[in-house]
Design a protein. Sequence first.
Length: 317
Amino acid sequence: MHHTYNRENLMVSTRVMYDEFIRQGVPTRIIDASSSMLEYTDNKGATHLLFSTSSDKSSAAGLVIANNKSRTAVIARELNIPLPDTTICQTFAEARAFYNRYGTVVLKPLANSGGRGVSTNINTYPLLQRAFKFAKQYGTEIIVQQHMPGDDIRLLVVGGKFVSAVRRRPAHVIGDGDLTTKALVVLENVSLHRNDDSSSSLMHIDMPAVRRFVGDSLYDVPAKDEEVRVVGPANVSLGGSLHEATDSVTVAMIADAEKISQKLQLGICGVDMMWDRTKDTYALIEANATPGIDIHNDPFSGTKSDAVTQYVRWLTT
């Protein structure tokens, strides 16, 4: 196996971590940049491994639980954290039966997959069939979940304490009255502020995801200044955008994010919630044990925190 040691080949969050280790004078070496693996030495002289953003100081059991949405939900129920109604199914008939109860649902693979295989706002049988087939590409067991309206919020917890929050907004385009939705996406993707090399938080809008979400309306012509959502999930990897939310999330949301992170004994945890501001209600969607940390200090999006500094201090103590 060929190993690379070039800093530039690290995933962006690991690169940010590496730079902060060096800035704080922590002995650090790149084990394999292509796998985003580092080794660092803490203040007591002990060496540790870091993969992506997850350290060996986090609980192995917690990592396994967080990587499975069903197991995460079991822990959340133990902690009385609000959850959307959910079922796990293997057949389309099971998914359809749950859909008939709510009318609008979300489908995703049972195993965490960084937004892969996820479809949101499913409100017709054709969309349900398409979403089920898509999710099946990433696993045999599929979660069908009650659709929760509101803002998609990522709360970052470091060492059991809340440090930052961002609102994730799904990719969208603005109509000009002349171009089709597809042409608007293509035009947006050639703009200089979008790229996939991690120098900007705005990545290219994923065209396959657009086709799955908008379907036949891909060739419609939106009215001038009409905002058109073109992707279901708000993931940055699919073209979604980030917005600062640290000072707007509620005390209850923060408390529940800290509770599940502490219960799973994770040094870093990205807790995803859907928050309905109008009703001041929220529900836990998932807990991510290897969250991107760079999104919480991104000048392009206006997000700013000392999350990276705090995390490195926690890792080395």
